[in-house]
Design a protein. Sequence first.
Length: 161
Amino acid sequence: MGLTLHTSNERETELLGRCLSGFLEPGDVVVLSGDLGAGKTHFVKGVAEGLGVPESVTSPTFNILLVHPGRLTLYHLDLYRLERAEQLEDIDFWGTLEAGGVSFIEWGDRFPEALPDDHLDIVIDREDVERRRFDVAASGERSAGLAVDWVRTCGQQEVPE
């Protein structure tokens, strides 16, 4: 299943994340990939806004994991600085994914073998200075339903029947 969404500016990227937040359930895992500056953190800011997270959301690059309480606890991970999959144990990666919140993992594509069987993959590509393309793929039944509901509600480009 390949689904695609587009945004024209940072606020639209945040609104796309906010829209996704309405469909999230405890245990959902979303993997975000794309070049530096593609908009991964702006997208998560929108998710946080939709989850009612009161504090400002920033990139967890130097912390690796930031926890934001809201309607659902938002676990925001950034694996950019990790060099080996073994380092995931040091940050209790799997415990975090199973902690009952929602996990957004920037650069999670660096360790595909560590990802749960059912997760949503979102690749964000810069089409120009402002425009972004979001390529969405699901790896399991829950994430497939999440992807279809989100894309149908938030501005579909193509949805398989």
